[in-house]
Design a binder for this molecule. Sequence first.
Ligand SMILES: [Zn+2]
Length: 224
Amino acid sequence: MPGPFKIIDISQPVTSRTACFPGDVPFSKRVTVTYKESKVVNLTALTMSPHVGTHADAPIHCYGDLGEGRDTAGDMPLQPFIGPAVVVDLSPITTGISPEHFRETIEKLSDFPHRVLFKTAKLIRYEVFEEHYAFCTVEAVKYLADRGVGLIGIDTPSVDNVGSKALDAHAALIEAKMCWLENLDLTNVETGEYFLVAPPLKFMELEASPVRAILIDSDAGVLR
Ligand SMILES: [Zn+2]
């Protein structure tokens, strides 16, 4: 039965072929029990960097000691990951996103959004690590932070430039206590207002977590 509202899946598929950051650990699985042999269940164990596919980075990704359990994926607030969100379609763009790229679109809205997702690609080839992709400038992060935005999202592997070692955008987001999503797939989404649901899993010892990110088309008005 279709629901009274439209759900748009904005997650990238995670398979053994899903590309990951160079040097990172891709998804793989080991079958530990087969239904065929056990006549009870199929069972697997998985290995992957939590940055494979659509995910949220936790603050501890960029500083500190994982052993302490604070600022990890499971320790993040859920509020930023669930609620009204605006998608801004900038595609195609493979450079830094600055406020000039989205200011006009966002300021036209009656309420300034708390969540902003940037569509930078018209096509996502999830099996390919794109060498050149769009990222957020520190100016963009500061502009959004100053206006109360609590979460941003992007359809590229990182909020920072591919070769960045300083991770300035990550640092600016952490300083502003903002959350962020990476590796979204917004190819089927237009500029507009939606309702985002993308909470991280409660991994208390990890610096990131996969999410199943969805948008609910707010035209239906059910979640307003
Ligand atoms: Zn990440």
